[in-house]
Write a protein that binds this ligand. Structure first.
Ligand code: CDP
Length: 242
């Protein structure tokens, strides 16, 4: 691959500084049929998440008599990317992202409250521009909370990486494709736990620390956006009773 100049005079190709997030907006419950749903725009990413359940786990052999099972399906719409990157739908990458996303939520949902049942999480990427697994997790967390399924925490996710010698936060697609490292991380802010950590490329220990610090520092902003999205539908009701 030809080298692409990703940092010019300390600024990134989209004008951001190294530790600057793309603009993010989140809406709770855009999909009425779901138990809970959310829509996120994160830079050019446009992603829906919808939650169904808890309901009887079917087929039976997938159920666990002790707790709920999480079934997660992440997919990218065939029109979501400007490039042809292989087949849309459940390819290897989608299966991997679905699996790691399910694991994030297995750690926070009170699974043993719903023995024998399943909770379905759908993440549909309508437009993609790098960091969709992180944006999908951030969005699905809001959908789950909106569904009322009890959780210990409200996870968020974001990635960091490296361009040349510079550690950067929240890589877009071009940065992702040409960077020297990409590290998507999901955090449970209440318990201060990491529930997803993947790494593409290499970072030194110091660079990794810088990347993780950038991710943690951006957390309170992302968490607040999630909380605001969840509160928004109730604001009008509150005003009425004031
Ligand atoms: O989206 P995320 O960064 O979590 O995943 P990735 O596998 O690192 O992919 C980076 C970006 O490449 C995606 O966000 C898409 O924009 C693009 N991509 C694509 O267009 N088609 C694919 N089959 C896979 C990735």
């Amino acid at each position: 691959m030809d080298k692409v100049e990703l940092m010019i005079d300390g600024k990134r190709i989209d004008g951001r500084t190294a530790d600057q997030l793309r603009p993010i907006s989140i809406v709770a419950n855009p999909i009425r049929n779901a138990a809970g749903s959310a829509y996120i725009e994160w830079g050019a990413n446009k992603i829906f998440a919808a939650v169904y359940g808890p309901k009887e786990a079917l087929p039976k052999h997938t159920s666990d008599p002790e707790k709920a099972v999480i079934k997660c399906r992440y997919t990218m719409a065939p029109f979501s990317s400007v490039e042809e990157h292989g087949k849309p739908g459940m390819n290897r990458r989608a299966i991997e992202i679905s699996k790691v996303t399910a694991e994030v939520f297995e750690n926070v949902i009170l699974l043993n409250k719903f023995p024998g049942s399943e909770i379905d999480i759908y993440i549909e990427v309508m437009q993609s521009d790098g960091g969709t697994r992180a944006a999908g997790i951030t969005c699905a967390a809001v959908a789950l909370a909106a569904s009322g399924i009890p959780m210990r925490d409200l996870p968020y996710a974001v990635s960091a990486g490296k361009v040349g010698d510079t550690v950067i936060l929240d890589l877009n697609k071009i940065e992702d494709n040409y960077s020297d490292a990409d590290v998507p991380v999901a955090i449970c802010p209440r318990k201060k736990e990491v529930s997803l950590l993947q790494m593409d490329g290499n970072l030194t220990k110091d660079e990794f620390d810088t990347a993780l610090n950038m991710i943690i520092n951006s957390g309170s902003y992302i968490s607040q956006l999630q909380i605001d999205a969840l509160k928004k539908p109730y604001e009008k009701i509150e005003e009425r009773y004031l």
